[in-house]
Design a protein around this ligand. Structure first.
Ligand code: AMP
Length: 211
């Protein structure tokens, strides 16, 4: 299955993408996680991307399209994949079409801006493997360390309230038009984000026809 997750920053698309990935045994590809890793290790792409991500701006299309083209050509993506955070603009979606990829579904997790702003302050990310948690909705076992790799959890710099506001504006302006783009192809599924992760997951599986 080839699936895209859309949604505002903090809507929970990364969490749902991970859960669907585990259930369907297909990789979840997060451009945000790939970019954060490149920044951490100081690659050339990471150095270029750093200034954009810190202010909440989008990294230029040609950079992320290159990341995705390379990642999707790897063997583990042959049997399907989930895209979390790509595409984020219409030119990115058009580039994906040009790669000859036929998508099965595009799931948009719908959450209001007010709830997003409330939620973002509680988000935590693992410094080691990049796994995402939330202090209320999806806490790690001890609240401070990652359940998967044991490293410390921290707050993302781009989750600061003023950056969140700007990321939401960018989402509405640049990414939300993708809902019309994929609705026109007949593959858009809207999922109302719920308070509890497992409730959103149940709706997501239903939308994808996964039992
Ligand atoms: P995320 O973890 O998906 O919220 O992504 C974190 C940051 O990485 C975003 O705020 C952007 O700066 C950058 N980024 C991730 N995916 C994309 C994309 N598809 N296009 C442009 N920038 C992206």
């Amino acid at each position: 299955m080839k699936v895209i997750f859309l949604g505002a920053p903090g809507a929970g698309k990364g969490t749902q993408a991970e859960l669907v990935s585990a259930r369907l045994h297909i990789p979840s590809v997060s451009t945000g996680a790939i970019i954060r890793e490149a920044i951490k290790t100081g690659t050339e792409m990471g150095r270029k991307a750093k200034a954009y991500t810190e202010t909440g701006a989008l990294v230029p299309d040609e950079v992320v399209i290159g990341i995705i083209r390379e990642r999707l050509s790897q063997d583990d993506c042959k049997g399907g994949f989930i895209l979390d955070g790509f595409p984020r603009t219409v030119p990115q979606a058009e580039a994906l079409d040009r790669m000859g990829i036929t998508l099965d579904a595009v799931v948009s997790i719908e959450v209001s801006d007010e709830r997003i702003i409330q939620r973002m302050s509680g988000r935590r990310v693992c410094d080691g493997c990049g796994a995402s948690y939330h202090i209320l909705y999806n806490p790690s076992g001890d609240g401070e360390h990652c359940d998967k790799c044991g490293k410390a959890l921290s707050t993302r710099r781009d989750d600061a309230p003023e950056v969140v506001k700007s990321r939401l504006d960018i989402y509405h302006r640049s990414t939300e038009p993708l809902k019309d783009y994929y609705a026109a192809k007949g593959i858009l599924k809207l999922v109302e984000g719920q308070e509890k992760v497992e409730d959103t997951t149940a709706l997501t599986f239903e939308a994808l026809g996964v039992r």
